[in-house]
Ligand binder design. Structure first.
Ligand code: PHE
Length: 448
């Protein structure tokens, strides 16, 4: 079996893994789910899950990947030969497939916004105009499906080129630029009249809105925004040489993701309140609020174009990882098959995503359990499949890899203290499975 490609530099790996993590989860999904789930309390629970469950699990996925040097399915097979544990990898592939199918639809919305801001300029409009513009943009079947296709093709084109050439090159330039631009928006947003109400909505927890559903959503969000539970981080770290510090990488990626989540919240909620919009707007929130903030900035039109371009890259780097996961599982790292596999898998995902693309237009009345296809898939993936995958990985690692071997692998390239390792071990072996199972039960109980 051929060995995986290797990252060309340590920075490349961190940026690519951070690129997978940072994307629509932190920037688009977190604000809208927080908006519909009570704001500050949701965010606080999300933070707790991210630090105590997400971070240790990220380190677990890294350890499995680097230890085996193989994509996820093979990795589980090697660690637990002759057992069905490799189904964790299969679940990850299925989850990535479904996730990318609706992720790419939102990627398509960004493509449309970018195109329109380039061709007609979006300056001089207010929130109601942007609300109308969003409705008009995504309710056109041809546009929504076409943009979804364009986004998918961009993703395929990069993934077919292999790891270093494609993914790494993009991440290096785009991520820092995104941070800088975000800071500018946050400064504008929090200085708008009436902005403080939004700041406190986002940062002051009000626990009266916390239900079983809100807790499960916060759990799903923690895994979604760190790309966990799908074994993507296993596959990514299998391309890694032994000299990097896994704990340090996990901490910096989690830190970056939390940082950008806070920036996103501080960019959006102050503006929502200042403009008199609804925080519970749902998936369109970002696409209505941000253009309005930009129209309040000098050179707003230009900033908006730059921001949409960067958001597109952030979204693409996450999409690459999702398609990479599917492609790597099909090709088993055989470079000769990569190109064909990227196209076939990518186009199948595109087809799978068509009903989601139509969920805000031609198919808005097609409901499954009271949800549009888009919302239903998002619920299934984010709040069922990702936590389930995370649960299985948390059970697998301490069960199937010897404690000393885990410690040895984590110590390679780093100086992890035994106490820290022990805390990690307890969090993964006991806290994570219990928390996930409780969140599921709680949701089921509070639902009836
Ligand atoms: N973490 C990505 C984001 O926040 C989404 C993602 C989830 C990517 C799971 C890969 C796996 O946009």
């Amino acid at each position: 079996m051929p060995k995986s490609d290797q990252w060309t530099s340590k920075l490349g790996f961190i940026l690519a893994a951070a690129g997978s993590a940072i994307g629509l989860g932190a920037i688009w999904k977190l604000p809208y789910v927080a908006g519909t789930s009570g704001g500050g309390a949701f965010f606080l629970i999300f933070l707790i899950f991210t630090i105590f469950l997400g971070l240790p699990l990220l380190l677990t996925e890294f350890t499995i990947g680097r230890k085996t040097q193989h994509e996820a399915i093979t990795a589980y097979r090697m660690l637990a030969p002759g057992t069905p544990w490799y189904w964790i990898g299969r679940l990850g592939v299925a989850t990535s497939f479904l996730l990318l199918s609706f992720y790419s639809v939102v990627g398509g919305w960004i493509v449309i916004y970018l195109y329109r801001s380039l061709t007609e300029g979006l300056a001089g409009r207010g929130a109601p105009e942007f609300e109308a513009l969003f409705g008009e943009t995504i309710s056109s079947p041809l546009l929504a499906v076409g943009a979804h296709l364009v986004f998918m093709i961009m993703t395929i084109l990069v993934v077919q080129g292999g790891v270093q050439k494609g993914i790494e090159r993009f991440s290096k330039i785009m991520m820092p630029a995104l941070f800088v631009l975000f800071l500018i928006i946050v400064i504008r947003s929090v200085t708008l009249p009436g902005a403080m109400e939004g700041v406190s909505f986002f940062l002051m927890p009000d626990f009266s809105s916390v239900t079983g559903e809100v807790i499960l959503y916060a759990l799903g969000q923690a895994f979604f925004s760190l790309s966990l539970g799908v074994s993507i981080m296993v596959t990514y770290s299998s391309y890694l040489k032994s000299t990097e510090s896994l704990p340090k990488s996990a901490v910096s990626i989690t830190g970056l993701t939390i940082f950008i989540s806070i920036l996103a919240g501080l960019a959006i909620f102050p503006a929502v309140f200042s403009f008199g919009l609804e925080p519970a707007e749902g998936p369109p929130l970002l696409f209505i609020v941000l253009p309005t903030v930009f129209s309040e900035l000098p050179l707003g039109g230009l900033f908006f174009i730059a921001f949409m371009a960067l958001l597109l890259f952030a979204t693409l780097t996450s999409a690459f990882s999702l398609l990479e996961m599917v492609v790597a599982s099909v090709t088993k790292n055989d470079p000769a098959k990569r190109k064909k596999a990227a196209w076939i898998c990518g186009l199948l995902i595109f087809v799978m995503g068509i009903p989601s693309a139509l969920s805000y237009g031609a198919m808005e009345n097609v409901l499954i359990f009271g949800n549009t296809v888009f919302d239903g898939l998002d619920f299934l993936v984010s709040n069922v499949m990702l936590p389930l995958g995370a649960l299985l990985i948390a059970v697998f690692a301490p069960l199937k890899i010897k404690k000393d071997e885990l410690y040895e692998e984590m110590q390679r390239g780093s100086t992890m203290r035994r106490t820290i390792f022990n805390i990690w071990f307890v969090l993964v072996k006991y806290v994570t499975p219990v928390a996930i199972v409780l969140a599921f039960i709680n949701m089921l109980v509070s639902d009836v």
